[in-house]
Design a protein around this ligand. Structure first.
Ligand code: SF4
Ligand code: SF4
Ligand code: SF4
Length: 482
């Protein structure tokens, strides 16, 4: 019966079998009038509602999505809705970064006896979506390509680690080498302006170890491959957070890993370095001083000052020294207090919702679906069984469609909720320079806001917030449907 006197919109409802579906039934039995826009999908529990269901529906053209389950403490499975509440609240704070108005998504608790409440919830939600009108579609957005302004002030001086205790580090590794399967670090790559992973098994290997602004890669990504074998790893501060997160999730064992650390003075944004170098056939020389690097390519000198060419994450880095290490060398840097919004996220914060949608449209058109972003991520550990490759259920098609590509990025970002350490490897590995780190940074910001400034990878004993719940959430409040 038409409670709302207008054209129907496409609303999707995920209702738990035990309470909200019963509530909708009760409303129907009582002949309580309801709008007819909502297409209901019955699920066992609100805890079964993967936030990706919501994103997929919204990307595929739904105008609104409603999730409803049993009231907290009434869950048929004891705690499904407690887990759902945390995930859905993070999702609500994530959607705007994609350019989707989060008022188009809502969750509510309705019990089987609350036919009247169900009528009220569904009518209010449908009215809200009708007031907003049909959702804008990604395919309709005019592609917008903007580059983040990187002029930022670092929380401490950035440099090239000219005085780093590298020789002491090499000696410390050599001393421990007989007890270890190997030690993972960096070495010079195919020229002086690139570094590649180094797997040290002999003292001669250790002599190849490099430390400096080209050590951008995160060696923690290899640790799960050595699970069960005692392995050493050399880390920058950000890498150490990935090691901690792997320990938190029991993906590696503390007794199997030996961590070597030096204070980090920052690493270069290789994408911007390459952009400035332009086309060249060979690097002739790389010279360092305290403030930056001079690269000579095809006989022409290019200067890269660390303050201008560091990776975005380095400007706001509060952990230049490893948060966990067995062997620490060198003097820790003093980090000035202050917060800084990462440049990619600050750029998106400045945009209107419609501009963000256009921004991702432009970026995803360039995505190659190479999945380098996933493969470089130290926390993306189910790579061989990734849902993006699943055929049953078939989450994604192989179409070169911006929605599929953005959905893949959303899978990665949401699966890393509360687990992403912000190492930036996903973005660094992207061959076409898509600023996908901003999606992870937005989730990290939401998690910090909701859960007492929680940051992933700082405490090996901590439980990532989305793997747990509180019966009374301090910062998550039930929506007022009055
Ligand atoms: S984020 Fe911090 S630890 Fe990591 S490379 Fe930058 S300055 Fe070094
Ligand atoms: S999602 Fe990106 S920033 Fe986060 S842990 Fe993975 S590679 Fe690092
Ligand atoms: S690395 Fe870049 S191009 Fe490749 S799938 Fe990820 S976003 Fe797309």
């Amino acid at each position: 019966m038409p409670v709302l006197n207008s054209k129907e919109l496409r609303l999707v409802g995920f209702l738990c079998n035990w309470c909200s579906y019963g509530g909708a039934d009760t409303a129907g039995v009582a002949r309580a009038g309801q709008p007819t826009d909502l297409r209901i999908i019955r699920v066992p529990c609100s805890g079964r509602v993967n936030p990706l269901f919501v994103v997929k529906a919204l990307l595929e053209g739904a105008d609104g999505v409603l999730v409803s389950g049993c009231h907290p403490r009434d869950c048929h499975y004891a705690a499904g809705n407690f887990y759902a509440r945390r995930r859905l609240e993070v999702l609500k704070r994530f959607l705007p970064v994609l350019g989707i108005d989060n008022a188009r998504f809502e969750y509510a608790w309705v019990s089987a006896s609350e036919g009247q409440r169900w009528q009220h919830v569904v009518t209010s939600f449908t009215k809200r979506i009708h007031a907003m009108g049909p959702a804008p579609h990604f395919n309709d957005a005019k592609p917008l390509l903007r580059v983040a302004d990187m002029a930022l002030t670092a929380l401490r001086p950035l440099g090239t680690a000219q005085n780093a205790a590298v020789n002491e580090l090499k000696q410390a590794i050599k001393d421990k080498l007989p007890e270890l399967n190997c030690v993972i670090g960096w070495q010079q790559g195919y020229d002086g302006a690139h570094a590649t992973p180094l797997f040290m098994k002999t003292p001669e290997d250790v002599d190849k170890l490099s430390w400096g602004p080209f050590n951008v890669m995160n060696p923690a990504v290899y640790l799960p491959l050595f699970k069960g074998k005692k392995t050493g790893v050399v880390v920058k501060g950000c890498d150490s957070r990935s090691v901690v997160e792997l320990l938190q999730e029991n993906l590696i064992k503390r007794e199997d890993v030996l961590i070597f650390a030096l204070p980090c003075e920052g690493t270069l944004d290789i994408a911007r370095v390459n952009e400035k170098l332009g086309r060249y056939t060979r690097i002739n020389a790389v010279a360092y001083d305290e403030a930056g690097v001079t690269i000579t390519a095809d006989g022409k000198e290019h200067r890269f000052c660390m303050n201008d060419f560091a990776q975005g994450k380095c400007y706001g880095c509060a952990t230049p020294m490893a948060v966990l290490a067995d062997t620490r060398l060198g003097e820790p840097h003093k980090v000035n207090p202050g917060s800084s919004v990462p440049p990619e996220l600050a750029m998106l914060d400045d945009m209107a919702l419609s501009e963000r949608m256009a921004f991702w449209r432009g970026q995803m058109e360039r995505c190659l679906r190479c999945y380098a972003c996933r493969n470089a991520c130290p926390m993306c550990v189910c790579r061989d069984y990734c849902v993006s490759d699943s055929r049953d259920p078939h989450w994604m098609s192989q179409d070169a469609d911006i929605k599929q590509k953005l959905f893949f990025q959303t899978i990665h970002a949401l699966h890393l909720s509360g687990r992403c350490t912000g190492c930036g490897e996903c973005q660094r590995a992207c061959p076409v320079g898509i600023p996908i780190l901003a999606l992870r940074q937005q989730i990290a910001r939401a998690v910090a806001q909701l859960f007492d400034d929680y940051k992933a990878g700082l405490d090996p004993a901590a439980l990532p917030p989305l793997l747990g719940y509180e019966a009374h959430e301090k910062n998550i409040h039930e929506r007022d449907w009055k």
